[in-house]
Every structure is written in C-alpha cells, then in structure tokens.
Design a protein around this ligand. Structure first.
Ligand code: FEO
Length: 397
C-alpha cells in the first residue's frame, strides 16, 4: 500500500497483509491484518510511529523513499510485528533515535539487536516536539506486553495506540467505514490478545478518559474516526459483570455427550440463558474466545479418553485458562466407559479462572433418564447462579 494521508502532516505508511491466516501461531485471522506505521511531518522534526512486520519491510522502506530525513522512531511496543523493521529504518537514517518506554529499551536490544546508544526512553507523560506537532507518551502497560505505551498527538487529538483498540483486518481504506463491521474483528482481537489483562486495561481506559481523543490509530486494522465506539466496547468487555450467557464447548465420540449437550443447551435457553455452543472437533478458536468475553458460565463437555479429558476438551480449557475470561461459574458434562478423573484434570487446568464449579453431570455410557434429569438440574443451577450474581442481558450484543 502506498502512503495515505490521514490528517494534514500525518501519513499511514505501513503494510496491509491480506493473506496472513494465523497470528502468533495461535489466532486464526479470517480477514488478514495490517501493520500500521505513521509518518508525522512536523514543522521542525519528522517522526515515525511504529514500523511493520519484517516480512513487509520492503513496503515501509518503499514508502519512506522520498522522506529525506527522520529524527525519531517511536516504538510503542517492542513486539516484532511493530518494531521488527526498526533496525532497517535506523540503518537508512543514521541520525534517527528510537523513543520508547523505559521497559521497552532492553526488549528492543534483546529481541532486535538495537544498539543502546540509538535509544532514548520516554517517561510516562513526557512530550516531544516536532515543531507544530507535539507527541505525548502515555504509559499503557499490558496492551499487550508490559512495556507498551501509546502516543498522543495533541494538535489533531490523535491517539496512536499500537495493539490497543486494534483489529486484525486487511483493507485498503485506512479508516473504519462502519463501526458494526469492525466489531467482530475488534472483539476477536480483544479476546485473544487483551482479555488476559482486563484489570490493567480498565486502568488504561480510565487514564485515557482524561484526553480529548478525536481519532484512534491502532497499529492493526483501520483508524477509528469515532473513537467513542471502540472505547465504549472496550469498557463493556473489561467490565467485571458477565452477561447472562454460557459457553458450551464439547466433543462427542459415540453420541452420549451430544445427547447431554443438546439437552443442556435447550434447558439453558429455556431459562433465558444465551448459549454459544461449539463442537470442538472443528471450532475456530477465535470465535470460542469471543464468546468467552461475555459469558458467565463455561461448560466443557466430552467423553473420557481412557480416564482423562479428551485432548480437544483439554485444549479448550487450556485456551480459556490462558485468556482469562471473566466467567464466574464452570461445569462439566460427559460420559465415561470404566472410570474417570475428568473433574480433577479440568480443575488442574483452570487455575487462572476465579470460577465456582457447579456439580457436573458425568454418566457411564449412554445417558439415562436420571442423567438427563441431572442435566436439567445443572441448567437450573446455572440460571439461578446467573440471577443471584447479577448477570445482565444488557452487556452482551
Ligand atoms: Fe501487534 Fe503485540 O503485537
């Protein structure tokens, strides 16, 4: 993509990656992604905020071809998809200095081999003048590593937030056209990248509420010209109150678990609980993660393999444990042949979640009437717990 003017003096000079299908070897990217880099041409100095993934270094370097000098390279985040091309830019501009948070300095040195004498650290709240543009550096830790910061360009009210408020979307238009169309991609991104750091993000949102932000330019996905939309959604996603919703993720070998899951989902829905059901034999982990953002209850389901969890179920539990959703309750439904240690294994995985375990329903072989009655009771218990704990129907979409 060629340079695109996004505001007078500010250009998008990064790369759009239409073909990438996985991120961090973990997150499916159905819509590709972008590595946004912003060129700010002040009346006295020029700065580049974030670079691009090294695989797209040639795009950025091409876009800088007619930029004769560069004074500053702001590294909001040390991860390779944003800082990986800093060494090439430093080589092109031998007098340019990198500006980053104090914590990012050693990361840039260790991960990318940037020399210490090319790095200047910026304290939280410090500023850098480009002449008629002023950059203010705001510490926004854990979006997505501990060293992350955001850069606020005061005069246009533009927040350059790197991963924060981002979305994995590849498109030629640099701006969000329709908030509703970016919602799923932004939520998928939040679920897998940001959700583990909900508490830190609550503080970051509070901090940013003091700024008059007119535009948010993340380093993945399009620029928000109506920043209140994405800020509002983030406040919903990080809130401590889950929705009156459950995730039921299951796998079935010979049909017993399927019978129980169908019954459970119907009973939950009949009691007003919104359910997202996933067959783990073929589930997009991004969709599962998105459903976990709001859900109050997680029910995993499957047969015992020998006596332990089915690996697909263990994998889903491991994912949930890693991304730390706000769920308050968990349970299990499944079957076994001759013995089982399903709950012990499940509890040993879900150690990061602050969930109350609701008694599971585990039957031998095919579920009998008594087992299905126990499933009904589980659904009733889940609905009652949701009501008691103040889960709302308004926090979900
Ligand atoms: Fe887009 Fe944490 O890197």
């Amino acid at each position: 993509m060629k340079p695109r003017l996004i505001d007078k003096q500010i250009w998008a000079v990064g790369a759009v990656d239409f073909d990438r299908r996985m991120f961090d070897a973990l997150i499916p990217l159905p819509d590709g992604t972008s590595y946004n880099s912003y060129l700010l041409r002040g009346s006295e100095k020029t700065a580049l905020v974030d670079t691009v993934d090294p695989a797209f270094a040639s795009v950025l370097m091409d876009n800088l071809r007619d930029v004769p000098s560069l004074d500053w390279i702001v590294a909001n985040h040390a991860e390779q998809d944003h800082s990986g091309t800093i060494p090439a830019v430093l080589e092109k501009y031998p007098r340019a200095m990198v500006v980053c948070s104090p914590k990012a300095k050693s990361m840039l040195m260790d991960h990318l081999g940037v020399s210490a004498d090319r790095i200047q650290t910026a304290e939280d709240g410090s500023t850098l003048s480009l002449g008629d543009l002023t950059l203010e550096f705001i510490s926004t830790p854990w979006v997505h590593w501990p060293e992350t910061m955001s850069t606020f360009v005061r005069e246009p009210g533009l927040l350059l937030s790197c991963d924060f408020f981002g979305a994995h979307v590849a498109q030629t238009d640099p701006f969000v056209d329709d908030d509703k169309l970016i919602y799923d991609a932004a939520k998928r991104y939040f679920a897998e990248i940001m959700m583990p750091f909900r508490t830190a993000i609550q503080k970051n949102l509070e901090r940013l509420s003091r700024y008059d932000i007119k535009m948010i330019g993340p380093s993945h996905g399009p620029i928000h010209r109506r920043p209140e939309f994405i800020q509002h959604e983030y406040r919903e996603w990080v809130s401590d109150t889950p929705a009156n919703a459950a995730v039921v993720a299951y796998i079935s070998m010979h049909g017993s678990t399927s019978i129980m899951v169908r019954r459970l989902v119907a009973e939950l829905a009949g009691r007003g609980v919104r359910v997202a059901q996933f067959d783990l034999a073929d589930t997009d982990s991004g969709k599962l993660a998105m459903a976990l953002v709001d859900a109050a209850t997680i029910v995993l389901a499957g047969p015992a393999i020998h006596i332990g969890l089915h690996p697909k179920v263990a994998n889903a539990a491991f994912l949930a444990n890693a991304i730390r959703p706000k769920a308050k309750f968990a349970s299990y439904v499944g079957s076994y042949g001759w013995g089982q240690k399903l709950i012990e294994q499940l509890q040993s995985i879900l150690t990061n979640l602050k969930v109350e375990f609701i008694p599971p329903v585990i039957c031998r072989g095919l579920p009998k009437e008594a087992d299905l009655a126990a499933v009904d009771a589980l659904a009733a218990a889940v609905a009652a717990k949701h009501a008691e704990s103040g889960c709302t129907d308004t926090t979900c979409r």
